[in-house]
Design a protein around this ligand. Structure first.
Ligand code: ATP
Length: 370
């Protein structure tokens, strides 16, 4: 029987629906090529939804996310639509907390043919993953911060042993899996353990877990030095594991290394659920113009297929994900597709069509090889 995975689809706001439509079409085509069926169903959530219904993440959408095999999300929020306290509507953060998606996976890989801002020839070999804790850290304070007498404001950063240990174990397993595909077998813990008790604790728990994974190399970096080295020698890193806020900042730096927000995919993974979405936001500055780069969204779809395949021991899903990624690489190879971020004219449709053509030309059997 053909397995049929159910995917909850949340197109969201701004450029979200613009990049979701071509990504979904390509996801179905990649799945079809390996004999897999996907049942995708769209649901409402986001800033426009809040304005229309009073709910940013309606109960029906949350329920659909809970029961789906995976969740594909584009982008949510609109700086022009805010909660009364001035904060932006970000139901993607609620999903992370509600579903316990503690491992934020932010791959930083330069697609051959896409311009990276670094002139060093080694930059084409950048291939690392930032693992951002996604349910606590400084983001624990979201909705809990306080302003006292209009004279002082406080937010609290929380690090727990349970989440840090789970995240560290996740990082070591990820490095091991990457090692089998030629990775550097290295996990770097990024913190500010020289100043804060919370980060000294983060590091201590990381070190305890490192001892349980002696076959993988473990290293430490302070976050400020990491920012420096991500520009100076990013090719030296493999898996970087860090707190929520540090990961938020470093992953945008990583997106810049890849050529911009339009190229950076991501996944937020827990023990039972996972959300796949591009790193970028709803980009209201370019919405409605047909220029949004759909690559990050498409690569997030490839991550979804691979995750489903590994979780359900379904090699065809892994193959479909790898096929989609290879189609992206083939479309950009030789620098023939230049997006507006880099001064080119390849808008949403052109990029999606080029990836579609590359997908049609690929041999799906070959995708099985690493
Ligand atoms: P959020 O806080 O919701 O993550 P943000 O403030 O980080 O959002 P983005 O919406 O990601 O902002 O946009 C940052 C910049 O990147 C903007 O100039 C935007 O136009 C650009 N950008 C974002 N996504 C894309 C894309 N897919 N293609 C091209 N440019 C993009």
């Amino acid at each position: 029987m053909i397995p049929r995975f159910r995917i909850a689809v949340l197109p969201g706001d701004g450029i979200g629906p613009e990049v979701m439509a071509p990504a979904l079409a390509l996801l179905h085509r990649a799945a079809e090529r390996v004999g897999l069926a996907l049942a995708t169903e769209e649901h409402q959530a986001g800033a426009a939804c809040w304005r229309e219904t009073g709910e940013a993440l309606p109960k029906a959408t949350m329920q659909a996310c809970r029961t789906a095999d995976a969740i594909l999300l584009a982008a949510m929020g609109d700086p022009a639509i805010r909660y009364p306290d001035g904060t932006e509507i970000a139901p993607q953060l609620d999903l992370r907390f509600e579903l316990g998606l503690y491992a934020g996976i932010r791959p930083v890989r330069v697609i051959p043919g896409v311009k990276t801002p670094l002139a060093d020839p080694r930059a084409s070999g950048i291939d690392l993953v930032i693992l951002r804790e996604s349910t606590e850290g400084l983001f624990w304070s979201r909705g809990r911060g306080e302003v006292r007498n209009d004279a002082e404001a406080r937010d609290t950063l929380v690090i727990t042993r349970a989440t840090t240990a789970r995240l560290a174990d996740f990082a070591f397993r990820l490095a091991r899996a990457r090692r089998d595909r030629g990775g550097k077998n290295l996990v770097t813990c990024v913190d500010k353990a020289n100043v804060f008790t919370s980060f000294a604790f983060f590091r201590r728990v990381f070190d305890e877990r490192a001892a349980a994974h002696p076959d993988v190399r473990a290293a430490h970096h302070y976050v400020d030095a990491m920012a420096l080295d991500l520009v100076r020698r990013p090719w030296a890193f493999d898996v970087i594991v860090t707190e929520n806020m540090f990961g938020d900042i470093l992953s945008d730096l990583g997106a810049a290394l890849m050529g911009g927000m339009g190229y950076a995919p991501s996944a937020d993974v827990g023990d039972a659920h996972a959300v796949f979405q591009p790193c970028h936001g709803s980009a209201p500055d370019i919405a409605g113009r047909g220029v949004a780069n759909p690559t990050a969204m498409i690569l997030s779809g490839a991550m979804l297929l691979e995750w489903l395949g590994e979780r359900h021991s379904e090699p065809r899903a892994v193959r479909a994900g790898s096929l989609l990624r290879r189609a992206v690489d083939a479309a950009f190879a030789g620098g023939r597709l230049v997006t507006p971020e880099h001064g080119g004219t390849a808008g949403t449709r052109t990029v999606a069509e080029a990836i579609g053509a590359a997908l049609a030309a690929l041999d799906p059997g070959e995708a099985a090889r690493p």
